[in-house]
Design a protein around this ligand. Structure first.
Ligand code: AMP
Length: 284
């Protein structure tokens, strides 16, 4: 595995690969890798010849009171995990490399970026789309892999690709969970044993809504209430939202056909977690 820290070195390496006719797969991450990230690498390896992973904790997508400074980092461990899984090129830029002084522009996420996560994290998706647009221009991948875990991010990246005519294929991989249902997240490391138990209420809430749906419930509000009841019954968990939403633009739906997204965000102690599932789809 090669490791580069500058856009120039990244470009030199990838120009070479492209000249040899190799397909480039790209997995953007903020590091502190877990099985969810590594599943994206596996998918990238199936779909491309050169797998590029970025590790960059993007300051633009953190609000002033969020966990940017304490976001977990362990580059040595990430390096070993990435190499072991078959990443070919690890791109680890500094903040200065990505955002040189004098930079002024940002991608504006629009209405889809204002709901759910965006309502609780103002500007978050502007930051996400800005860094993703930069990465797409730097790496120019044939295929980019994202996790369903961050479903609003996926929805907006799809919109970015479509509306900005970016020549990349988006692949979305299913959420990787712990055996008990908790979605893997770099932020799970923040959880105490007690928090860890309470955090299970997020996936349980989603499963409760899915259970109702499988028994024929199609009313969006009632599905939301079923999920909400699980979270509200769990001490130590503060609900931010339950969304029962259209997969296209994440607008809330009154009726929930197959394909409807159920998403949850909640704070467990001081840790904010998100999760989602798609009604009618199996999930691990
Ligand atoms: P992050 O490092 O949290 O920004 O995540 C980098 C990529 O990994 C994003 O596309 C995430 O959606 C994806 N990801 C994070 N957690 C999971 C998970 N549990 N299962 C699948 N993909 C995930």
């Amino acid at each position: 595995m090669r490791e580069v820290t500058t856009v120039a070195a990244l470009r030199a390496h990838l120009d070479d690969a492209r000249r040899r006719g190799q397909r480039i797969g790209f997995v953007p991450t903020m590091g502190f890798l877990h099985d969810g990230h590594l599943a994206l690498v596996d998918a990238a390896k199936r779909l491309s010849d050169v797998v590029v992973m970025s590790i960059f904790v993007n300051p633009l997508q953190f609000g002033p009171t969020e966990d940017l400074s304490r976001y977990p980092r362990d580059l040595a461990r990430d390096r070993a995990l990435a190499e072991g899984r078959g990443v070919d090129l690890l791109f680890v830029p500094t903040v200065e490399e990505m955002y040189p002084p004098g930079r002024e522009l940002r991608v504006a996420a629009g209405p889809t970026g204002d709901r759910w996560e965006g309502a609780h994290r103002p500007g978050h998706f502007d930051g996400v789309l800005t860094v993703v647009a930069k990465f797409f221009n730097q790496v120019q991948p044939d295929v980019a892999l994202f996790g369903q875990k961050d479903i609003q991010q996926v929805t907006l990246v799809r919109q970015l690709i479509r509306e900005f005519d970016i020549p990349v294929t988006l692949r979305v991989e299913p959420t990787v969970r712990e055996a008990d249902g908790l979605a893997r997240s770099s932020r799970n490391v923040y959880l105490s044993a007690e928090d860890r138990a309470a955090a299970l209420s997020l996936s349980r809430a989603l499963f409760a809504a899915r259970e109702r749906w499988m028994h024929g419930e199609r009313d969006g509000a009632r599905l939301r209430e079923a999920a909400e009841a699980v979270v509200r019954a769990t001490p130590g968990v503060t609900l931010d939202y339950i969304a029962v939403a259209d997969p296209k633009d994440l607008a809330p739906v009154a009726e929930a056909p197959a394909g409807t997204v159920v998403a949850v965000a909640a704070r467990v102690g001081s840790t904010r977690l998100i999760d989602n599932l798609i009604l009618g789809e199996e999930c691990a």
